[in-house]
Design a protein around this ligand. Structure first.
Ligand code: ATP
Ligand code: MG
Length: 399
């Protein structure tokens, strides 16, 4: 980032001014949410040569140094849930003359035809009102640059935030991802296939503040490792948002073989899904996760009719969260493209669910008929076997 000379004895420090999102609304829990967003900011920037991080009234300010890469920092901040917006900002004494000089220096190096000044006083003790500040500074800028004032669609906005002991000045406000800081919403376990939907479902839960543990079922040795490699790549991508992830890789092929030999074709998918939930529930309990998450979307495939969803969920005692239930494929795809998971999801793999499948799939099952179909299976043994054969992987970001 460009640094310019100082106008006062103390050069204005540069850093990022961060405004947080819904945390501001959380009343008595505000301290808890703030500590979490601060911890997340420190984690994600730990290799970026910046800091310290401080809390000026209702905001966060992260100092930057000469060595800090603004591009990297900007990208990392766009992955921190809880941030409403952020801006590279100068910080200085809350003095109108100092501010005006600083602004004159800054704007004289820029080309713009129209501008507006957007001053905000966090405390009303400042001698001028926000409108008076806008007018005083606006007149000076006009005199130097000859640009016109445009309050609706200016080329340049000069943002000023005045606190009792310091002022922030910036020219660019960048949108954050919103949501709640990861770590404030408890832990959930997401059933992650290599498909398009489940990584988006995990993302949406993280955005609501959850830490996500991942569970992937594969059919090795009956299939190759492609679905596992995709799951690892997807988790690597999603770890940007939560800094540390645990992925369980669970062999499911032998279980599917047993299902094939005992369960009629039309009910197999529902029985597989129920077994996946039972296994995921054991893993969730071990990891302290309070709910399971799936990428189900109503009516998208035959296992996702309302009847089958109801039959499947009876296999779990944990709540099942389906953040995509009301979204259509285009919306999910768009979100997957936005977060970068889509390109990984569409690479071909040998998915366990496409193996051992029957051509006929029942779309309107009842729990009763599926329980009957499961009778020949030793469910407890199958679940225990899968849990003990599961491998776990730890991923972290920044690596
Ligand atoms: P996705 O794109 O997430 O694979 P889908 O539309 O293909 O979803 P299904 O194959 O019916 O839907 O799977 C529904 C949900 O079941 C998935 O979103 C995921 O949460 C879970 N699931 C399916 N297959 C697996 C798997 N191999 N490992 C882990 N979870 C799975
Ligand atoms: Mg799938």
């Amino acid at each position: 980032m460009k640094r310019t000379g100082s106008v006062s004895a103390r050069p204005p420090a540069m850093g990022v001014l961060i405004h947080y999102h819904e945390i501001a609304l959380k009343g008595k829990n505000r301290g808890f949410f703030l500590r979490q967003i601060e911890a997340n900011l420190l984690l994600t920037t730990r290799d970026l040569d910046c800091g310290p991080l401080r809390r000026p009234a209702g905001r966060l300010f992260l100092e930057m140094r000469e060595e800090t890469s603004w591009e990297s920092l900007r990208q990392r901040l766009s992955w921190i849930f809880g941030i409403a917006n952020f801006a590279p900002a100068f910080v200085m004494a809350p003095n109108l003359e100092l501010l005006t000089k600083r602004i004159e220096e800054e704007v004289s190096g820029r080309s713009f035809r129209s501008f507006r000044v957007a001053a905000r006083r966090a405390f009303k003790t400042f001698p001028q009102t926000s409108q008076e500040i806008n007018e005083i500074i606006g007149a000076r800028v006009q005199r130097i640059c000859g640009a016109s004032v445009d309050l609706t669609n200016p080329d340049l906005t000069i943002y000023i935030e005045l606190l009792p002991h310091e002022a922030f000045l910036y020219f660019e406000k960048i949108s954050g991802p919103g949501g709640l800081p990861v770590g404030t919403g408890g832990t959930v376990a997401c059933l992650l296939s290599g498909g398009i939907d489940s990584p988006v479902a995990a993302y949406r839960m993280m955005k609501r503040g959850c830490r996500v543990v991942f569970v992937h079922f594969h059919s090795q040795p009956f299939a190759d490792r492609t679905s596992q490699e995709k799951a690892i790549e997807l988790v690597r991508l999603l770890t940007r948002y939560q800094f540390a992830s645990c992925l369980y890789l669970v062999p499911f092929g032998e279980i599917q073989q047993e299902v094939v030999s005992h369960v009629t074709g039309r009910l197999r998918v529902v029985v597989y899904r129920r077994l996946m939930l039972r296994i995921a529930e054991q893993i969730a309990q071990k990891e302290g996760a309070k709910a399971l998450v799936t990428g189900e979307s109503l009516g998208q495939v035959s296992s996702q009719t309302i009847e089958n969803i109801a039959t499947i969920e009876q296999a779990s005692t944990l709540p099942i969260l389906r953040p995509l239930i009301g979204m259509d494929k285009d919306e999910i795809t768009q979100q997957g493209q936005q977060i970068g998971s889509y390109d990984v999801s569409i690479t071909p793999d040998q998915d366990c669910c496409s193996m051992f499948l029957s051509r006929q799939v029942a779309t309107h099952t009842t729990p009763r008929e599926v329980e009957l179909a499961e009778r020949p299976l030793d469910l407890e043994r199958l679940v225990a076997q899968a849990c003990s054969a599961a491998h776990s992987l730890e991923l972290s970001f920044p690596a």
